[in-house]
Write a protein that binds this ligand. Structure first.
Ligand code: AMP
Ligand code: MN
Ligand code: MN
Ligand code: MN
Length: 305
């Protein structure tokens, strides 16, 4: 495991303390090894408990197969649980992530939609490997697959871990910057689900749809407005304000977006792996107190410990 350089404090220790809405520590965004995390759902539940989380959701990419295990593990740890997923969407040519919370994980249309969304991953993985081959890096498909375990789940994160293992880059962030983001040689454009479909799958299964980490998208202002307008028009209800992907200034900015669009506010670390993720499970500051937290409208969907 790669260690953080001595003296560099993790980003969450530099975040300001925001007065809490309630003492509730909610972490509603993270990944297990069923998608691109490295820990089993049970290990995540134990880590969440150790870090003081009270309400938890596992949100694997385009996959709900870990939900039963996560809910059982949450109960064993004394955590309240909301079902979760993070759906990959293409909007205005940009990859956008929509988190779903509090849905029925057995819902057939949701499961079929997620299966269709996953179906393009293996083909894209072969294309990414071919692009890396062109850069003189061989064996990337097999290397990424060894990390993913399942061809339908191969993500850029698995390629990043392979390239770190191979000694090409020092850490996964460096791999993304050098190879895997738009404009870089290992980037392959891909069409994910439509925004309307992702929101409909979540709401049709009784859940709430949430725009994940909005500051990550490189939209022009009018495109971002269009994203939120269309999201609301399709029945989307919430936005992540406090996330491992946002700076304090970005949290303030999206608190205002939540107010402007009448959206509920969500929060989650987006934890993937020890030593890799900037922010640990349960380590985020609370939501600003003037916002309505997403769980206030999901009381009936919470699986109580
Ligand atoms: P994919 O769904 O295969 O396109 O991969 C997206 C995943 O890659 C995200 O869920 C993150 O875990 C990770 N990711 C995306 N962009 C970055 C970045 N700039 N630095 C580190 N990880 C990233
Ligand atoms: Mn991920
Ligand atoms: Mn995401
Ligand atoms: Mn995520």
């Amino acid at each position: 495991m790669r260690r953080r350089p001595a003296g560099r404090r993790p980003a969450y220790e530099r975040l300001p303390t925001i007065d809490r809405v309630s003492p509730l520590n909610a972490d509603l965004h993270c990944h297990s090894l069923l998608s691109d995390g490295t820990l089993e759902p049970e290990a995540l539940a134990a880590r969440a408990r150790r870090n003081g989380v009270q309400l938890w959701a596992l949100t694997d990419h385009d996959e709900v197969d870990g939900q039963r295990r996560a809910a059982v593990a949450a109960r064993a740890q004394g955590l309240d649980y909301l079902s979760g997923v993070e759906i990959s969407v293409t909007f205005a040519g940009v990859s956008v992530h929509i988190v779903g919370l509090g849905f029925d994980a057995a819902d057939r249309r949701l499961r079929d939609g997620l299966a269709a969304t996953r179906s393009g991953r293996d083909r894209r993985a072969h294309q990414i490997a071919a692009a890396l081959e062109h850069e003189g890096i061989g064996g990337a498909y097999a290397g990424a697959l060894a990390h993913a375990g399942n061809p339908a789940m191969i993500s850029r994160t698995h390629f990043a871990r392979f390239l770190v293992d191979a000694g090409v880059c020092a850490d996964t962030d460096a791999v993304f910057r050098r190879f895997l983001v738009e404009g870089k040689p290992g980037y392959v454009p891909h069409r994910w689900a439509a925004l309307a479909d992702a929101v409909r799958w979540i709401t049709g299964a009784g859940g709430v749809a949430v725009v994940a980490h909005p500051a990550r998208y490189r939209f022009k202002p009018n495109e971002e407005q269009a994203l939120f307008s269309e999201f609301v028009a399709h029945g989307g209800r919430a936005v992540e304000v406090v996330t491992g992907s946002h700076s304090p200034a970005e949290a303030v900015r999206y608190a205002q977006v939540a107010a402007d669009f009448g959206l509920l506010a969500s929060c989650g670390s987006d934890f993937h792996a020890p030593g890799e993720s900037r922010i640990d499970l349960g380590a985020l500051p609370a939501l600003p107190s003037r916002l309505t937290p997403v769980w206030s409208e999901l009381e009936h969907r919470v699986q109580r410990a």
